[in-house]
Every structure is written in structure tokens, then in C-alpha cells.
Design a protein around this ligand. Structure first.
Ligand code: BG6
Ligand code: MG
Length: 217
């Protein structure tokens, strides 16, 4: 049967996780808050609102709603200056190869991202047309680890969750996939993504045999 392969965007397809980190850290410094790359793991996969809430909590800051909105705007403006320079070269190794292999094997391909910038980034790196369905930060009310984003992708494709495979670089994303009852594949470090069913450093480590096994299981 046909499976659905659901890809997270930031940190899985493109290395925008580093741009989110740089933009949040710069924004945080303007309000006198600093945080480490280790703390940044908690921001991965998490919505824009939740990210700023966490940063404010780390710095013990409380601000007005208007200031909150203004700071989110500043962070996104800075983030967009990085995105603006992106092109196909920023697609992570073997991602395109994997997408094309799954397409050749007639599998469903979906995007499941928390980002409101997802479509624009896919257009920038010229792979928008490789996805049957895109569910992003504009389509959900509950962020990862809530399974909403992945369940919506599955519903659009009419594929039951147990026939869905999710690729994620964030712990919150792995938890979202697990909460959806899907197979979770971590892209990154084993220590951080230990709740995933499988973990690979990147797509160059994922063999054709393994993909075939997922398809035929
Ligand atoms: C996720 C990123 O994909 O999208 C998070 O991992 C980010 O770091 C979230 O906060 C929301 O993205 P955006 O582009 O709408 O601010
Ligand atoms: Mg991610």
C-alpha cells in the first residue's frame, strides 16, 4: 500500500534551524536575555509565539502584548534577511534524492512544518512542486508536540497515521509524530532525539533498502 512520508522543513530539508537560532539570539540580546545552543534545542519545532514565551521565561522578563507582537515581528524580519539569500544549494545532502526516490516509488509526500514561512522557503529552494500536500504554521492551532500538523497532512492524503512516516530534527516534532501514532525518524543527534523510532545523522545515512522496507512494511 501507498505510504505517506511527511517531512519537517527547518533542520530537515534545509538548514534554516541555524537562521532561527541566530535571529532569536539577536532578538533576545536586545532585551538583555542570552541563551545557549543547548537551550535552543527547546525552540526547535516550536511556534513563533511559544519560542518567544520561552525566551522571556529564561530571562525572567514580562512584557506587554503589544511589545510581544513587536518583538516577534523584529525576529521574523531578521530571519527573512537570511531566507532572502537562499537557493537550491541550501537543500541538505540527499534530501532531493530521497524525495525523488519516494516519488518514483509512487509514495505520498507531505510537508508538516510549524513555520509560517514554509511555502516561501520551498519556493526559494525550488522544491515546492515535490510535495502533494503542505501543512504549515498557517494551518494549525496547536504546535508540536501536539500531533495536529501531522494528522492534518495524513487526513488530506487519506492515509491512516500508522501508514505515515515522519522525518524530524526536533524533539518536539518527534513527540508530535509519536503522539500521532506515526513512525518517527529523527534527523540529528541520538542523544537529543532518543524518543524517535530511528535516528540518522542526515539523509546520506538512510539507505534505499531502509526506504524500501518502510514502503513495503
Ligand atoms: C519551526 C522551527 O519549523 O518553525 C522553529 O523549527 C520556528 O524554530 C517555527 O519557530 C515557526 O517558524 P516561523 O518561520 O513561522 O517563525
Ligand atoms: Mg525542524
Amino acid at each position: 500500500t501507498k505510504k505517506a512520508f511527511i517531512f519537517d522543513l527547518d533542520g530537515v530539508i534545509v538548514d534554516t534551524a541555524k537562521y532561527h537560532f541566530l535571529a532569536w539570539r539577536k532578538l533576545a540580546s536586545t532585551i538583555g536575555v542570552d541563551f545557549t545552543e543547548h537551550q535552543n534545542e527547546q525552540l526547535k519545532g516550536v511556534s513563533r509565539v511559544k519560542s518567544l514565551e520561552k525566551i522571556l521565561a529564561w530571562g525572567n522578563k514580562s512584557i506587554s502584548d503589544a511589545e510581544f507582537t513587536r518583538l516577534m515581528g523584529l525576529k521574523n524580519d531578521d530571519y527573512l534577511t537570511y531566507i532572502d539569500k537562499m537557493d537550491e544549494q541550501e537543500i541538505l545532502p540527499d534530501v532531493t534524492k530521497t524525495l525523488d526516490f519516494l516519488r518514483d516509488k509512487n509514495q505520498h509526500i507531505a510537508l508538516g512544518s510549524a513555520s509560517k514561512n514554509a511555502r516561501m522557503i520551498l519556493e526559494k529552494v525550488n522544491i515546492l512542486d515535490k510535495f502533494d500536500v503542505i501543512v504549515d504554521g498557517n494551518d494549525v492551532t496547536k504546535g508540536k508536540p501536539d500531533p495536529e500538523v501531522f494528522l492534518k497532512s495524513a487526513q488530506h492524503l487519506n492515509v491512516p497515521p500508522e501508514h505515515c512516516i515522519v522525518f524530524e530534527d526536533a524533539l518536539a516534532g518527534i513527540q508530535a509524530a509519536n503522539n500521532a501514532g506515526m513512525i518517527s525518524i529523527g534527523i540529528g543527534e541520538k542523544d537529543i532525539l532518543h524518543e524517535a523510532d530511528y535516528v540518522f545523522t542526515d539523509f546520506t545515512e538512510i539507505s534505499i533498502d531502509f526506504l524500501n522496507e518502510l514502503i513495503s512494511r
